[in-house]
Design a protein. Sequence first.
Length: 333
Amino acid sequence: MKKRILYLLKNDYPQAVSGESICKALGVSRTSVWKHIQALRRDGYEIAAQPNVGYRLVSVPDFLYPEEVTYNLNTDFLGRTVYYYKEADSTNQIAKDLARQGAANGSLVVAEAQRAGHGRLSRGWFSPYGKGIWCSVILYPKINPIEVPPITMLASVAIARAIKEVVGVRAGIKWPNDIYLKGKKVCGILTEMGAEMEQVKYLVLGIGLNVNIEAEDFPSPIKEVATSLKIESARPVSRLRLLQVILKELEKLYFVWLKEGFAPILIQWKKLCVHLPGLVRLDSLKESWEGWTEDVDLSGALLLRLSTGEIRRFITGEISLTTGWKPVPREVT
């Protein structure tokens, strides 16, 4: 009932809707309407009530409620089904469980906070309540597991483009899954999959994006290396609007990838990469290398020229940028 009343208020926004017309449209009493209006207010909606006029929607809270995410969402399938949590251990874990149960393609799992958010190599991800976009998307591409790495890079381009559109700041990408602003990490992407032999059963694309976190909110270990969109733009950012644009850009690039392959997306990725070319150190689980980043190939692998002149190909690893490095991302055209 709340959702139906909210729909009526939005439909006539910014005009008021009389209590009588709501009662007639929904077949309920005025008392019932009043109770649901109160419930919407408790959810953070600002609703003005005027005698002999009706109820008027004044503002919508910046919570990632399913009815808000899907309202005026410009996608065909991505984010059309939303699983919402005020708090969750990990949206990726929930999404993997849902995928195994056959959740709809493009389903979105979103939480206002995560208790055990994590990135690559099981590193913890600071996910405070209502200050970021902590979400996971479920996809079912018919591909081989070796074709999965470009999905993470595709997502990083989509997020960088969304940040530019909504916030107006240029973000850069660090291989393979980090998004940077002014030399600090603002977003991480974690892609996980379920596979059987040579067939991917499902993909879960996890996004951790620092939106309205204040500088003093970050715990000491990451305070020097992390930032947020609010810090870098000096203003609050609508998480709801940003999430909708991320979903739009992500779906757009996903369709390109399915139809044309990774090549056209890789061109955009390279324009946003902050260390191509550049001197870096690459750490794997067992060894470390230093060298010059030559290129990234169509499989998403990094080509690194070592001091010996040898060019080595890496499909995974952690890049550290050299001292004095400054990100100069080029704008996507």
